[in-house]
Write a protein that binds this ligand. Structure first.
Ligand SMILES: NC(=O)c1ccc[n+]([C@@H]2O[C@H](COP(=O)([O-])OP(=O)(O)OC[C@H]3O[C@@H](n4cnc5c(N)ncnc54)[C@H](O)[C@@H]3O)[C@@H](O)[C@H]2O)c1
Length: 249
């Protein structure tokens, strides 16, 4: 599969990340179908993709997208509760909760029904790709595709390749990432370590900040203040964890 073959993208899990991921794909001209478990979850995701703080209507209001583009973009989006509706997808992005067994179960289910040459990608925050890919028969077409939150806004995507991942799969995912206006960063899978590049360094930094706090060296506010003023960070290491759902992992 190369980028010209990728027309329909399936997103497993329309939560915080899945919604923003699907939004990025439809805005870049791909069609997307999002699978979640019930009407309420689907409605919540649809509302966030359209009317939310980082939604498509906001892009129109800010003059970043024309009304005609908006109409065409929204027409490329669909939702389902039936996993069978993802069978014809060319690419699947998995964004279900961070639970290794759940991810493996989901991929096993997908492997049985989705067309054989489709690429599978996981948005795991840190599980080894060579572990998750054991759930599928197409290990050469399986890759890590780690976004940052909010997905529609943040630029980097870590593209994590395992020894089994084919060069063609890597090249296709790099091309897709660029087509979405994002920045692909190639990362080698590191079994036994959690977090690829971003989360591994981030978690180490937060752990050290917590130690400094526990040792009574400075208050939480002062620790954050040092890092903000001294290193020009937009937010300190302890303050950042308070806004975790919206801006890290
Ligand atoms: N939130 C972040 O900042 C962030 C950033 C990067 C990566 N991630 C990773 O992305 C993944 C998703 O995280 P999230 O924050 O979007 O979680 P979330 O809980 O907001 O969304 C997960 C969605 O998956 C759905 N789901 C559960 N089982 C499913 C199934 N079998 N089929 C289809 N949908 C199913 C849930 O109903 C839910 O809507 C996790 O692996 C997480 O570690 C999260």
């Amino acid at each position: 599969m190369n980028i010209d073959d990728i027309k329909l993208v399936g997103v497993m899990g329309g939560g915080v990340m899945g919604g923003g991921i699907a939004q990025s794909f439809i805005a870049a001209g791909f069609s997307a179908i999002v699978r979640d478990l019930n009407d309420d979850l689907i409605e919540k995701t649809r509302a966030s993709m359209i009317d939310g703080r980082f939604g498509l209507k906001g892009a129109v209001d800010r003059g970043k997208m024309s009304q005609a583009d908006y109409d065409a973009t929204v027409a490329r989006l669909s939702f389902t509760q039936d996993v069978g509706d993802l069978a014809a997808c060319d690419l699947i992005i998995e964004a279900v909760p961070e639970n290794l067994e759940l991810k493996k179960t989901v991929f096993k289910e997908l492997d049985a029904i989705v067309k054989k040459d489709a690429i599978f990608a996981t948005n795991t925050s840190g599980f080894a790709i060579s572990d998750v890919n054991k759930a599928v028969s197409r290990r050469d077409r399986f890759i890590g595709f780690h976004w940052f939150s909010p997905a529609f806004i943040m630029k980097p995507i870590e593209i994590i390749y395992a020894p089994e991942t084919s060069q063609e799969t890597i090249d296709t995912m790099v091309a897709i990432t660029k087509k979405m206006g994002k920045a692909p960063i190639l990362v080698k899978d590191a079994p036994g370590k959690y977090g690829f590049v971003g989360n591994r360094i981030y978690f180490a930094m937060v752990a050290e900040a917590r130690k400094v706090l526990e040792e009574g060296i400075a208050s939480a506010e002062d620790i954050d203040e040092v890092m903000k003023l001294g290193y020009n960070w937009p937010v300190g290491p302890l303050g950042m964890t308070r806004g975790a759902r919206g801006g890290w992992q």
